[in-house]
Design a protein around this ligand. Structure first.
Ligand code: ADP
Ligand code: MN
Ligand code: MN
Ligand code: MN
Ligand code: MN
Length: 364
């Protein structure tokens, strides 16, 4: 059977090589999103910039990969291009190496089918005057190499939910080291991670990223996902973003999406919040269509969710589609939370459709 030791990285062995001089070169890890919503990456060598300055996306070479191996292109026309869009310090190779987030483009000069960023970026630019802020809450479950949630008995189930949410102590939480390492990796890379907590189902955790402005939200959340998978790899753990990893009386996993505009954040902002919610109501189905695969298993109206077929909203209501935080209702301005997106949704699709619904399509 696969053991942790046979799969986890040998950090002590690698440590001897960490401080070797790179002789004026750096490693750039190009990251992209594949057909299934996983991140993929590969490395290339670049010249170090003078005085160790960090590259801008525009300065970095466009690269490519074999799209037939990732389900992103047919075998007879398989080159997919990687266009750098954001650069971050690499926490796995400090101090001067970089992570490069990229968009996928086809050879004919059109965005790849799975490139949801391109449309999103256009919407963000068109409606930039509203100064959209987003904050996403990424829930996920840590699995062992046999796809069992960490710490769950081999046969049967843990004791019912209750002690695990924000739990402290053995028997309540597992794999906190991964959460801690991911938190630090995010801070090092410059991800605006705003916090973490243990979730209601044992082996389930959450981190939040935000507030981020416009397209930065999708970029940062995808980078944070990459970092989480990469950190968990070192601990021989799998990260699942399945919205209902365990059927039955166990909470699912979401990607609650908090949103505000300049108007909503000012005194009297509640009328803009209510207007936005009305617009969201009129396009409920279109939103659900891009809010993640398998979300119908999660949005049952139980376990702190609204039902998938009905749009509801309320102050401090965790059983609604949209929640207005108590504090915002009391102040009369602030933000609201769209609780519908599933943990596996694409943040570019979520933030894009929120902008489109509130402020109009690019061609309107
Ligand atoms: P919850 O109470 O739903 O668990 P969290 O604290 O987990 O909320 O996450 C709230 C998220 O909302 C954070 O990412 C935070 O940065 C973000 N946020 C806070 N204020 C705003 C705002 N005005 N506009 C958009 N997002 C915001
Ligand atoms: Mn090759
Ligand atoms: Mn939360
Ligand atoms: Mn949560
Ligand atoms: Mn929430």
């Amino acid at each position: 059977m696969a053991t942790k030791e046979s799969f986890a990285s040998n950090a002590a062995g690698l440590a001897k090589f960490r401080d070797l001089d790179q002789r004026g070169k750096i490693m750039a890890e190009y990251i992209w999103i594949d057909a299934e919503g996983n991140t993929r990456s590969k490395s290339r060598t670049l010249d170090e910039k003078k005085d160790g300055a960090i590259y801008t996306p525009e300065e970095l070479p466009i690269w490519n990969f074999d799209g037939s191996s990732t389900g992103q292109a047919p075998g007879d026309n398989s080159d997919v291009y990687l266009k750098p869009v954001a650069v971050y310090p690499d926490p796995f190779r400090p101090p001067n190496n970089i992570l490069v987030l990229t968009e996928c483009w086809d050879a004919d000069g059109t965005p790849n089918k799975y490139n949801h960023r391109h449309e999103c970026a256009k919407l963000m630019e068109l409606h930039a005057k509203h100064e959209p802020w987003f904050g996403l809450e990424q829930e996920y479950t840590l699995l062992d190499l046999n796809d069992r949630p960490y710490g769950w008995p081999q046969n049967g189930y843990p004791a019912p939910q209750g002690p695990y949410y924000c739990g402290v102590g053995a028997g309540k939480v597992v794999q906190r080291d991964i959460v801690e390492a991911h938190y630090r990796a995010c801070l090092y890379a410059g991800v605006k991670i705003s916090g973490t907590n243990a979730e209601v189902m044992p082996a389930q955790w959450e981190f939040q990223v935000g507030p981020c402005v416009g397209i930065e939200m999708g970029d940062q959340l995808w980078l944070a996902r990459f970092l989480l998978h990469r950190v968990a790899e070192e601990f021989a753990a799998k990260v699942s973003v399945d919205p209902k990893p365990i059927p039955g009386d166990w909470n699912g996993a979401g990607l609650h999406s908090n949103f505000s505009t300049a108007e909503m954040r000012k005194e009297g902002g509640m009328k803009y919040i209510e207007a936005a919610i009305k617009k969201l109501e009129s396009r409920h189905k279109e939103h659900i269509a891009v809010y993640g695969e398998g979300n119908e298993k999660r949005l049952t109206g139980r376990h702190e969710t609204g039902a998938i077929d009905t749009f509801t909203y309320g102050v401090a209501n965790r059983g609604a589609s949209i929640r207005i935080p108590r504090e915002c209702a009391a102040k009369g301005y602030g933000y609201f939370e769209d609780r519908r997106p599933a943990s596996n949704a694409d943040p570019y699709s979520i933030t894009g459709i929120i902008m489109e619904t509130c402020f109009g399509a690019v061609d309107d």
